[in-house]
Design a protein around this ligand. Structure first.
Ligand code: NAI
Length: 331
């Protein structure tokens, strides 16, 4: 039995968490959940949206499954997600993006992996108001973080039989910061002669992704570009409802979907739990419960292919509950 920290989040978080916990239980996953709340409600009660108990729990258990947490826009507390990634040094955000049979999209040949740097860039949150009409935000890029994220991307490529790593930047404009990122990428690429290495500017990448996504394999990006391009790529495979992710550090990993707390559909029993479920499947593989992971994966893909009980984001009219029950039935 493995103890895993479970953060149900807010917005649609608790609904999709309930679905995923039920599915994992039905499949026989050997997990004991250490449930830790975080977010706006917790801030009201405990004075902070991310109490130390959450971090301590993840440090102790070494692995967590996390649903989305809302970040107030323009004011209020800083992002729980950014704080969590920084305090646990979860430096790599891994977001595989592959078509799922049965989900209708413009392309049927997308199979790429986004490796997003998770700890610096504009997410360092160093901002100041210079005067009432001017504000500034500082973009931090360091050699240490750039070398290790690019090394992570190449290492992932080798271990997962990938052929090409493309480093993404805007080094024509951000000559020092993105220039340093590219310098590090070039240096690491030399260590991996078996993997092809290319570079691309982020604007050109966006255009090419919506024209020929099959040209890309592993993409490695600084934090902000990685965030934006992840949502673009989620759109290529059918939307945020099916886009999984993981935040990986040296000996700690937090698995979470790409999407946010979707306040527009909160409490309506129509959120798609697939992205969190796919993240949970990766988590099961990470904790060596491969057979359970494969069992759920098979049931999930069968359910989607059957096209009978899909949630509205995938063109169906099933509720979260009906979709969950179909997956359990297929297990
Ligand atoms: P969002 O990802 O929550 O929603 C964007 C659109 O996708 C909405 O129309 C939503 O209904 C839809 N959507 C997202 N997930 C879905 C699902 N599982 N099933 C069906 N439809 C789904 O992005 P938004 O609205 O920009 O952000 C909402 C909040 O979430 C913000 O406070 C943001 O800061 C936070 N957020 C949290 C993240 C995390 O906890 N890791 C990641 C991204 C955003």
């Amino acid at each position: 039995m493995q103890t895993v920290t479970l953060i149900p989040g807010d917005g649609i978080g608790p609904e999709i968490t309930e679905s995923v916990v039920e599915i994992l239980k039905a499949a026989g996953a050997e997990i004991q959940w250490d449930v830790q709340t975080a977010g706006a409600d917790v801030a009201d009660k405990e004075g902070t949206p991310l109490p130390d108990r959450v971090i301590e729990s993840i440090k102790k258990n070494k692995v967590a499954l996390k649903a989305p947490v809302t970040t107030p826009i323009g004011k209020g507390f800083r992002s729980v997600n950014v704080a969590l990634r920084k305090s646990l040094d979860l430096y790599a955000n891994l977001r595989p993006c592959k078509n799922i049979e049965g989900v209708k999209t413009r392309f049927d040949n997308v199979d790429l992996v986004i490796v997003r740097e998770n700890t610096e860039d504009l997410y360092a949150g160093i901002e100041r108001q210079i005067d009432k009409d001017t504000a500034e935000s500082i973009k931090i890029i360091t050699r240490k973080a750039s070398l290790r994220i690019v090394d992570f991307a190449f290492n992932y490529a080798v271990k997962n039989n990938r052929k090409l790593v493309t480093a993404v930047s805007k080094a024509n404009i951000c000559k020092l910061t993105d220039g340093l990122f590219l310098e590090c990428a070039k240096e690491i690429a030399q260590k991996y002669p078996q993997i092809e290495y290319r570079e691309i500017l982020v604007d050109n990448l966006c255009m090419q992704l919506v024209q020929n996504p099959e040209k890309f394999d592993v993409l490695v990006l600084p934090n902000l570009y990685g965030d934006i391009v992840s949502d673009l790529c989620a759109g290529l495979i059918g939307g945020l409802g099916i886009a999984q992710g993981a935040n990986i550090g040296c000996n700690v990993a937090v698995f979470e979907p790409v999407h946010g707390s979707a306040p527009d559909i909160k409490g309506q029993n129509k959120a798609n739990p697939t992205a969190l479920l796919l993240s949970a499947i990766e988590m099961l593989k990470y904790i060596n419960q491969n057979n359970i992971a494969l069992k759920i994966e098979k049931a999930l893909y069968k359910t989607i292919k059957q096209c009978i009980t899909l949630t509205p984001d995938l063109g169906g009219s099933a509720t979260t509950e009906e979709y969950t029950n179909s997956i359990i039935k297929n297990i």
